[in-house]
Write a protein that binds this ligand. Structure first.
Ligand SMILES: [Zn+2]
Ligand SMILES: [Zn+2]
Length: 342
């Protein structure tokens, strides 16, 4: 079969590899669509990811497809079913799993290899994070559940309530998903981005106010002005830069909550005003990854038609073009996701 193999920094090749062998609890999936993800672009640029993938390795983690083989012990899936699988599954047994923090599992099992004709889904992911795709849901839509689960969990962590003002900094696919989901919670959404196309997309997804950093390079005061001088109830940083992490803290109201959702490069540091944090009782949170409960919730939201690939996927390419696609995504950050068809 053909598969993308990541060799290191900006080095990947689509080449023939053996179809993965499956074990008793595994399933083999014919990939119908794999979606590009900001994390993949980051991994491609840096050549590694501390937790997710160690090259050389097959690459890609957002996928949907058809079951073509099941291991001898598999009872919950059968050949021919349309399925979607998350890219990891927790052990359910460690210190963190027992506290409901499965995203921080000491033995989180990651699975890569979505940019390929076939992918093996290991037993643990089959059992805990794989679902049949409902009939009315397309493969492209279903493949969105992994990033969506991260976003759902990220917003949930802020304790959002209807009527809150939620300010989202950064309008890539993740930031835009936050816009959409925050609207589903009946909040007022302020979207902050650089490019006009991103701001237009945010407005189309229901953002109540958009702020363009091309025109307002430092939007902190603008956010205060449009929130009666108080500041926003919730600020979500979806860029991954120290400067915007600091903005997020300066934008929230007294008693407000910040979610540092965007991971910054290693060794990044931020400087925070301790009196502001203390006397204004600001809660700072960060979210990483997802848990099985939010994968399930994400599939429910996609099944309800609240999030569709049409909103988040704006191009489609054959697997053979993956290298060009990655290079393009690396240099043009105004893009949505690309559907890779193996
Ligand atoms: Zn992803
Ligand atoms: Zn665990």
């Amino acid at each position: 079969m053909m598969a993308a193999v990541l060799y290191g920094k900006e080095h990947l090749q689509v080449e023939p590899v053996a179809v993965p062998k499956i074990d008793r609890g595994d399933i083999l999936v014919r990939v119908k669509v794999a979606l590009t993800c900001g994390t993949d672009v980051k991994v491609f640029r840096r050549g590694y990811h501390a937790r997710m993938i160690v090259p050389p390795a097959v690459f890609g983690h957002e996928l949907a497809g058809d079951v073509v083989a099941v291991g001898a012990d598999v009872t919950s899936f059968r050949v021919g079913q349309r399925v979607v699988s998350a890219n990891s599954a927790p052990c359910n047994d460690c210190f963190f799993c027992r506290r409901g923090l499965e995203n921080l599992c000491e033995d989180l099992l990651f699975n890569n290899g979505a940019y390929a004709e076939y992918i093996r889904i290991p037993a643990r992911i089959v059992e805990r994070n794989t679902y049949e795709i409902p009939d009315q849901v397309g493969y492209h839509d279903a493949a969105l559940i992994e990033p969506l689960a991260c976003v759902l969990r990220g917003l949930d962590e802020t304790g959002v309530r209807p009527g809150d003002t939620v300010t989202i900094i950064g309008l890539g696919p993740i930031g835009l998903m936050f816009v959409r989901i925050a609207k589903l919670y009946n909040t007022r959404v302020v979207a902050i981005g650089r490019r006009k196309t991103q701001l237009d997309r945010a407005a189309a997804m229901g953002a109540d106010e958009v702020i363009c950093t091309e025109q307002i390079p430092d939007p902190r005061n603008t956010v205060r002005e449009i929130t009666h001088g108080r500041g926003t109830d919730i600020a979500i940083e979806a860029v991954g830069k120290p400067e915007t992490w600091e903005w997020a803290v300066d934008m929230v109201r007294r008693g407000g909550t910040v979610n540092f959702f965007g991971g910054c490069p290693n060794e990044s540091h931020v400087s925070l005003d301790t009196s502001l944090l203390h006397y204004s009782e600001i809660t700072c949170k960060a979210s990483f990854h997802h848990t099985p409960a939010f994968i399930q919730k994400a599939l429910d939201i996609v099944s309800g038609g609240h999030i569709t690939a049409q909103q988040f996927v704006n191009s489609e390419e054959p697997l053979a073009n993956l290298l060009e696609v990655m290079r393009h995504l690396m240099s043009h950050n105004g893009h949505l996701k690309t559907a890779i068809i193996p």
